[in-house]
Design a protein around this ligand. Sequence first.
Ligand SMILES: Cc1cc2nc3c(=O)[nH]c(=O)nc-3n(C[C@H](O)[C@H](O)[C@H](O)COP(=O)(O)OP(=O)(O)OC[C@H]3O[C@@H](n4cnc5c(N)ncnc54)[C@H](O)[C@@H]3O)c2cc1C
Length: 374
Amino acid sequence: MTKSPYDVAVLGGGILGCTVALFLARGGMRVAVIERGALCREASGRNAGGLAIQVKPAALIPYALKSWELWRTTADWLGAEVGFEVRGGLTFAFDEAEAEMLESRTKARQAAGAPIEIIGPNRAREIEPGFTGTAALASYCALDAFADSTLTGFAYRGALARAGVAIMENTAATGIDRNGDGFAVNTAGAPIRARRLVLAGGVWLVEMARWLGIDIPIRCAVPSVTVTERMPPIFRAIIGVASGRLTLKQAANGTVLIGGGWQGTGDARHGGLDVISENLIGNLRLAHHVIPGLAQARVARTWLGLEAHAPDSMPLVGPLPGIGNAFVIGCVWGGFSHGPLVGRMLADEILGREPEMPLFDPRRLFRNDPPDTG
Ligand SMILES: Cc1cc2nc3c(=O)[nH]c(=O)nc-3n(C[C@H](O)[C@H](O)[C@H](O)COP(=O)(O)OP(=O)(O)OC[C@H]3O[C@@H](n4cnc5c(N)ncnc54)[C@H](O)[C@@H]3O)c2cc1C
């Protein structure tokens, strides 16, 4: 039998797949990234670029802090700048119930190591003069940052090429066969053979896992992001609200990015289809309420992306149950923020090194592991 040409085939070239591939190649493995379109053009290139520590669930704070450091130093390990900017972040609570929620959530996140303070509205106005309204309470994290997600594909392509990864863009995987030597990934061209597999298909993980006889219960969300035309400087901090329904940042070029998870329509089969106008209006109203200077903002574009969530909202990062040498990485809450760290951790696991923090074992979702037929 001929030897597999690759040690690892990574299916999906979003930020998670690209990061795993990069660190595997740097660890000495022969790696192929098989990507249906172009690198980091789905969720990883459509997201709002938010790297806010304070919005991460307490369980993920230690990961967010380490990944923040990787974002700060992309020039060193990725060989490129990707628009990383620390602006500090403010989250506003407008009534007592929200204030209570914000305080108890902040306590849990502080206990997990996040440098967040609870502040009053006057202090919030000092930090962010663009906030001229009233609020019951706010939380502030000086580390909150963002990067430009549209630059990540370009940056990763360069780093992967320099690391010797075979980058197969415009190559859709259509199925997976198992053979004695590992796996054959079917494509429109010749099958791509590898000893190990990493499934990194975002919301398309469901389809990929089915090729191996596994049902991964993933929910597909369809969040939107809106960008305004360029405006004079109106605010500097990264703004959010306690309900989580708003993220707001003004880029150096004057455009304002407005997000917060407001949903459009679409699914993994059809992609992001349509903006729901009431949701768009709700998102814009909330933005205007918090930063009144946005009254004159003109929307340039709204787009949708697809985001995968596991039933327990925790990441899936580790071995696929019952299939030797096959791994999965996905459903990472704030996957843009955490991508560099969790991708490197999975690469360490595959390279036989101890990951620096615990992985998120996908087997928790399966009551009975499927039998290993390999
Ligand atoms: C609108 C929006 C806003 C967001 N905002 C933020 C934010 O501000 N901060 C933050 O931290 N996170 C944010 N996220 C979440 C973050 O973007 C995702 O968690 C992360 O990008 C997921 O990365 P991924 O590599 O798993 O998936 P993806 O980037 O979706 O990559 C999966 C890849 O698999 C490829 N693929 C699928 N099927 C096949 C096939 N058959 N063959 C080959 N390739 C295939 C796809 O083409 C795709 O490139 C946001 C997400 C969205 C959608």
